[in-house]
Design a protein around this ligand. Structure first.
Ligand SMILES: [Zn+2]
Ligand SMILES: [Zn+2]
Length: 244
């Protein structure tokens, strides 16, 4: 236990001592929490464009909100992602889990923070891991990112608002209905007073189908949250990968 804590601390200290590296490919760069020129060209920044609600590209006939969101307003009132999900952003998310945690959390936070619309009643809430997964990995990457965004914007972050009470299988390859079933009952809000009347901004690393975030939003709304938003690092935006 002590040895593990020491190793973690040593690794984190090393993160600060080493020269800044490109978050995309690991090459040494001049500026901290940035990308090298090659990776910069490759990254597709999504920013604040697209539908005002779901953030997906608008059709020529849409004004600010897409037809799908107008027809049935989603539980998550605003969804944003910093970059498109591709080899580069995927590599970064993977290295985050196994490598330079603090540095990568800060890089992600740097590009996610501008997408967070904060008000005085806002709380950043990372999408939780199940405890067995948390024990195995030792940390929740989304919680680290939420903490960094919280520092940058000076708004509250609370990793204990939602608890993951059920282990869910990988959702990849499942149909919409199967995914919905798999995440049903997976989350709990143990303390209503932490969310009642507040705007909750969910923080996640990779947004694919949105079923997980949607399940979190459901329990948050049920516990009295006034509004739920979502800001993630990367998002799958290729039409072929989107199912809605
Ligand atoms: Zn690079
Ligand atoms: Zn939309």
């Amino acid at each position: 236990m002590v040895a593990t804590a020491f190793r973690t601390a040593a690794r984190w200290a090393l993160d600060f001592a080493l020269p800044p590296r490109c978050a995309g490919c690991g090459m040494i760069v001049g500026e901290v929490h940035s990308f090298c020129a090659d990776c910069w060209r490759q990254i597709e920044f999504l920013g604040d464009s697209g539908c005002s609600t779901c953030g997906l590209p608008l059709q020529a006939t849409d004004a600010v909100t897409c037809a799908v969101c107008l027809a049935k307003p989603p539980r998550i009132a605003r969804t944003r992602a910093a970059v498109a999900y591709d080899e580069l952003s995927r590599g970064l998310a993977i290295r985050f889990k196994y490598g330079r945690k603090v540095a990568i959390a800060r890089t992600m936070a740097r590009y996610m923070a501008p997408l967070v619309a904060s008000s005085c009643n806002t709380v950043l809430v990372p999408v939780p891991l199940h405890r067995t997964r948390l024990w195995r990995r030792g940390f929740n990457q989304s919680a680290l990112v939420a903490r960094e965004i919280s520092r940058r914007l000076n708004i509250a972050a609370d990793p204990f608002v939602i608890r993951r009470v059920k282990r869910t299988p990988p959702l990849k390859g499942m149909s919409w209905l199967q995914r919905r079933k798999a995440v049903a009952g997976a989350f709990r809000v143990p303390n209503r007073s932490a969310v009642e009347g507040r705007t909750i901004i969910l923080i996640d690393d990779v947004l694919t189908t949105g079923s997980t975030a949607e399940a979190c939003a459901r329990v948050l709304k049920r516990a009295g949250a006034a509004r739920v938003e979502l800001v993630s690092w990367a998002r799958v935006v290729k039409p072929s990968q989107l199912m809605r």
